[in-house]
Write a protein that binds this ligand. Structure first.
Ligand SMILES: [Zn+2]
Length: 310
């Protein structure tokens, strides 16, 4: 309980009421009340305190008149008289948590713990022909991929546009929807899965791994573009060039050739993921373009017919 205002109140009372002997003395507690006047007063105070425990509804109102003029108040918590810095930290952390729940920064936050990062081949980021594939990765990672969901959040959708996906899935068009769940992209995902399986199998044939490790990696390649195993927290993030860290293989005791094959393994997973994301985004952009053209044609037709375009 914050007692600063009580303390100030008592101090002000002591100032205002003329007390003959202004001296405060310490008295040992739990003495026989008959022993002295101080012991009797102490016993009386104890009894009153115990009574308050039995009747918690009988609480004394806060002497707010003795509070600092700018004491902060929080709904549900009351007055904050002390430890203000900790309270501010706490509320700022809660606000940030709310923000993280719906932002892509969450992905960046969990990246370090659950994913192996930095496994994407450098040429993808340096060579112009492959940079289009990497663009959705950067945009999504920084929360800037212009999906309908993002445009709606920024009030950039026209009145006729809904935030639904372009492929009649009747789902909001978010990053996750496009890359993971969209029906319109299922063929691209299936093709990418086949390619990934074949490429991973080629590397595994040359790699000297245990049967358990080989089976895990084969299985991971089979469902790499689905939302489930092997992804941590069942949150697939293939388009962000991440690999689940539990697939990691210890390479310290391997030969140089075997180590290089393991690196090729990770490169293959990330490359296929990023390239699939590039293809998916390209298909989505084509659909958005067609949709825009259709809307323009419709408004031109209605203008020719003398209708007022809505
Ligand atoms: Zn869809």
């Amino acid at each position: 309980m914050h007692g600063r205002c009580f303390d100030r109140w008592i101090q002000s009372l002591m100032k205002d009421i003329p007390i003959r002997h202004e001296q405060i003395e310490w008295v040992a507690g739990h003495q026989d009340p008959a022993a002295s006047k101080e012991a009797a007063l102490n016993d009386r105070a104890d009894r009153l305190a115990k009574k308050a425990h039995r009747r918690p509804d009988m609480t004394m109102p806060w002497p707010t008149w003795a509070m600092d003029e700018y004491t902060p108040h929080v709904e549900g918590l009351g007055w904050i008289e002390s430890s203000l810095r900790q309270h501010v930290d706490y509320f700022m952390a809660r606000l940030q948590l709310q923000h993280l729940k719906s932002s892509t920064i969450q992905r960046l936050g969990i990246t370090d713990v659950n994913y192996m990062t930095g496994k994407a081949p450098a040429y993808m980021f340096r060579h112009a022909p492959s940079q289009y594939s990497v663009m959705p990765l950067w945009l999504s990672k920084s929360g800037q991929l212009p999906t309908k969901a993002l445009l709606e959040e920024r009030n950039m959708l026209s009145e006729e546009q809904s935030s639904d996906c372009y492929f009649a899935c009747q789902q909001r068009e978010t990053d996750e929807h496009i890359f993971l769940h969209c029906k319109g992209m299922s063929v691209l995902r299936q093709e990418a899965t086949k390619r990934l399986q074949a490429n991973i199998q080629k590397i595994l044939d040359e790699l000297d791994l245990t049967e358990h490790q080989t089976n895990r990696l084969t299985e991971a390649a089979t469902c790499y573009f689905d939302d489930g195993w092997p992804w941590p927290l069942q949150q697939n993030r293939y388009w962000l060039a991440n690999i689940p860290s539990h697939l990691k293989i210890e390479i310290r005791d391997m030969t140089i050739e075997q180590q290089s094959l393991v690196r090729r393994l990770w490169t293959t997973f990330t490359r296929e993921g990023v390239q699939l994301a590039g293809r998916i985004w390209a298909k989505r952009q084509q659909a958005a373009f067609k949709d825009r053209q259709l809307a323009l044609r419709n408004s031109a037709d209605s203008a020719d017919n003398g209708d007022i375009p809505i």
